[in-house]
Design a protein around this ligand. Structure first.
Ligand SMILES: [Zn+2]
Length: 445
């Protein structure tokens, strides 16, 4: 009953946000450039930031805008459907003792507990992947094709899914073995060290991903075109980034999206751009995008993200510990789960943690969105390409809603919205148009 109420509450929340965003759309506060000083105003034409932003946004035809809005808003609902699907699947695994039976099978095969954990985790991941496959296929394949964002036919898409399953089998077994090692050794205070294990695992993933995981899906090459590479490397040197290479990967294998990223951790950290970005964008746009990625690098967003995640995970594991004990006391026997050290408890843990992350969606989004905005500001200063940045944002607008309401942006956006980003670019441009021209100053005594 409470689950039903929660579901209804989520649906109501989503509807309320849509209503609020529709209202907010017409009432965005005007963003005008601060008045230029009287001395400058005489020589420089005023630059209307708000008008410049609107001119950019108006370049996207209404039908294209409606399409990308629909795609992005559909993503809000997917957060809910994914959560509900997880709840249903985990409940089935517990209620019908499938989880207990998978544990029994693992125990019949071997007496070694770590090996039992691995065998259980393999069965669990395969079964859950099968049960959620219809949703995966809709989300990852049909929906992407419906909105014209995918370049992949079904065969290669399935191949990627199979590789992803293999990767998660290895990583899942590794993580569960480490976590249950902690649970079994530390007893009551397991959750503190459990959170530490989870954070360390996440740093480990960041570290190995660019070298061992991403190349399973895409080919990474060093950017050869000196007309593009040289200005990027020059910007990198100017900002104290010890990069000697820029990487390009064939994202067009999967999708039409324009993007770039910083990946890796410590020794494996690198900046990569997609072939889509390279093929579809001007040099100004590429420089603007690279300036943004360098911002992530210079401001240590990877490490800061890990600290934020650490805090969220620690609270999450405390909640998990409480939820596991409460749930097991009540239903443990019915589910055939012996206790917190029994691997069969995993579906309950997943259920509790997915509830936690579902509720925390706006918090997680705000953490990343804030860092993305910082990277935007850094990128503008580093690349000096305000119009390049704005043009790039319009291309991102093919799959991201450009002009949401404030509450909608707060809850659902993990990057600033198109309007916010173009406003930042035009504000930067306005202030730089109004700067006095640099003059040579004699410093002779
Ligand atoms: Zn970014």
């Amino acid at each position: 009953m409470t689950r039903l109420i929660r579901t209804i509450a989520s649906v109501l929340l989503l509807s309320a946000v849509f209503a609020a965003s529709a209202a907010a759309q017409t009432s965005n506060p005007p963003a005008t450039a601060p008045a230029a000083s009287s001395a400058n105003a005489a020589v420089v034409q005023p630059f209307d930031v708000r008008a410049a932003v609107d001119t950019y946004l108006a370049r996207v035809p209404p039908d294209q805008r409606a399409r990308s809005d629909a795609y992005f808003e559909g993503g809000y609902w997917l957060i809910l459907w994914d959560f509900l699907a997880t709840v249903v699947v985990m409940w089935l695994l517990l209620r019908f003792q499938w989880s207990a039976r998978m544990r029994d099978l693992a125990e019949r095969i071997t007496r070694l507990r770590p090996l039992q954990t691995i065998l259980y985790s393999v069965q669990l991941i395969v079964l859950v992947s099968l049960l959620t496959f219809p949703l995966t296929v809709y989300e990852g394949y049909f929906r992407e094709h419906k909105y014209g964002l995918s370049n992949q036919t079904f065969g290669p898409w399935m191949r990627d899914q199979a590789v992803m399953l293999a990767v998660s089998l290895v990583l899942g077994a590794l993580l569960l073995t480490a976590l249950f090692g902690v649970v079994r050794r530390l007893g009551k205070n397991w959750w503190v060290w459990g959170a530490v294990v989870a954070i360390a695992f996440s740093a480990f993933l960041d570290l190995i991903a660019p070298v061992y995981i991403f190349p399973l899906f895409n080919t990474y090459t060093k950017l050869q075109d000196t007309r593009v590479r040289d200005p990027i490397l020059s910007m990198a040197r100017a900002n104290g980034i010890p990069a000697s290479e820029v990487y390009v990967f064939d994202a067009s294998r999967q999708s039409k999206r324009v993007s770039a990223n910083v990946s890796g951790f410590a020794g494996t950290m690198r900046i990569s751009l997609t072939d889509n970005l390279l093929n579809r964008c001007t040099l100004s746009e590429i420089e603007a995008a690279m300036g943004h990625e360098m911002g992530h690098y210079v401001m240590n967003h990877q490490y800061k993200g890990l600290v934020f995640d650490g805090v969220i995970m620690l609270i999450g594991f405390a909640f998990l510990n409480w939820g596991l004990n409460a749930g097991l006391a009540r239903w443990g026997q019915n589910w055939g789960v012996r206790g917190i050290t029994d691997v069969a408890v995993v579906p309950l843990a997943v259920l509790i943690l997915s509830f936690y992350t579902f509720v925390l969606t706006p918090v997680e989004n705000t953490i990343t969105r804030t860092m993305e905005y910082e990277a935007d500001i850094f990128g503008l200063n580093a690349s000096q390409q305000a119009d390049g940045a704005a043009e790039g944002v319009l291309k991102l607008g093919e799959y991201r809603k450009l002009d949401p309401g404030q509450l909608e942006e707060f809850i659902f956006f993990d990057h600033p919205s198109g309007r916010t980003r173009i406003t930042a670019a035009m504000r930067w441009k306005a202030e730089h148009l109004q700067l006095p021209q640099p003059q040579l100053v004699s410093v002779k005594p």
